[in-house]
Write a protein of this length. Sequence first.
Length: 395
Amino acid sequence: MKTIRVLLADSNQENREYLLKILEGDTDIDVIAEVSQGGEVLEMVAQAKPEVLIIDVSISEQDSLGLASYIHMHHPMTQVILVSDYEDLNLLKRAMQAGVKEIFIRPLIINEVINRVKQITQDYRKKADSKSDNKNDSRPEVVHVSKQDMVLQTSKIVTVFGNKGGIGKSIIASNLAVAAALKHPNDVALVDLDLQFGDISLMMNINPRKTIAELMQESGELTADLVDEYFYERSGAKILSAPHKPELGELVTSFGVETVLKICRQMYSYTIVDTPTFLDDTTLTALEMSDVVLLLISLDIPTIKNIKKGIDILESLKMLPRTKLILNRSSSLSVGLEPQDVEQVLGMKITASIPSDFKITVSSVNRGTPFLNMSPKAPISRSLIDLFEMIEKEK
Ligand SMILES: Nc1ncnc2c1ncn2[C@@H]1O[C@H](COP(=O)(O)OP(=O)(O)O)[C@@H](O)[C@H]1O
Ligand SMILES: [Mg+2]
């Protein structure tokens, strides 16, 4: 048998070494590389083109199944096998949807691992051979994805957060989505998670028949096609609205939010999430799933006091490394506080500033038109385009 090229991905060194020992005991299997971080997997798959990827479910904090599904679609010659510490029906279902070929539950059984790796490879080789016979080509089709494409195609969830009302979360989230959609039309989602008082629909001039509350009442499992029906398109961004009435917010569970955001991750390159002023379970879920958290501040003492609590929460979620401090209304008359003072008090640098523009923001909200569409050249609009570019460049 032609040697089977296997890539191992597991953040736990002991587990990785154990699996390596099992696989290397078989002469037909060659472990070509090992990676210990979720972020390295795609690059290795694209470069080394392994036939089999064995990946631990917990390697990617974000979503190893999203990764599996991406590999299934874009690198079909790599067969994915998951390893998990426990059996879970839901995991099994989602793994099947992501095109995963097998799930091994620890403790691993040596013969089972070896046999399945061989079986899966043989099945794929047979399929690829019969395809290439038809095409009169001796090798299976290889989909080439350049590194740049890969970066572009890796999806990001960006949550706009700030535990103070009126700080500008919704207006920034909606205009950021428009800025993202300028560069990535129809590849940006905007999800309103202010489940009680969400006003993204108003800001984007949507009168939604279907909101996230109705979506939660769908029977059966949520699929990408179904979720897609709940999005409304505005300015190239796809928007999922908050419930019509505050009490309907209760229909939305953390699990529901997790599912919706995972589907967004598969369908869109960028998902922008607006959040309420108070921290609830669903907001926590969104924060934990985010690649970037934009923490909004303004230059006044009550806000800074409040934001310190927000920072503590993000720290406890281990989300601080992914958090960017964004100063809104940066050009307002200051009340004695300077950006540098605030940076010192909070122990964080301000990453971007958004100037004040009451005229544009008020008329934009009243008209239900994002200011980025109304006045694309205004400094406030430019600041959002810059902010998006910064997010785009972030690894
Ligand atoms: N940079 C800004 N310049 C002027 N007004 C702003 C700015 N950012 C926000 N606002 C105003 O503040 C109000 C509250 O903004 P909003 O996005 O609804 O806050 P949040 O969602 O945090 O409660 C809005 O009416 C908006 O017009
Ligand atoms: Mg809001």
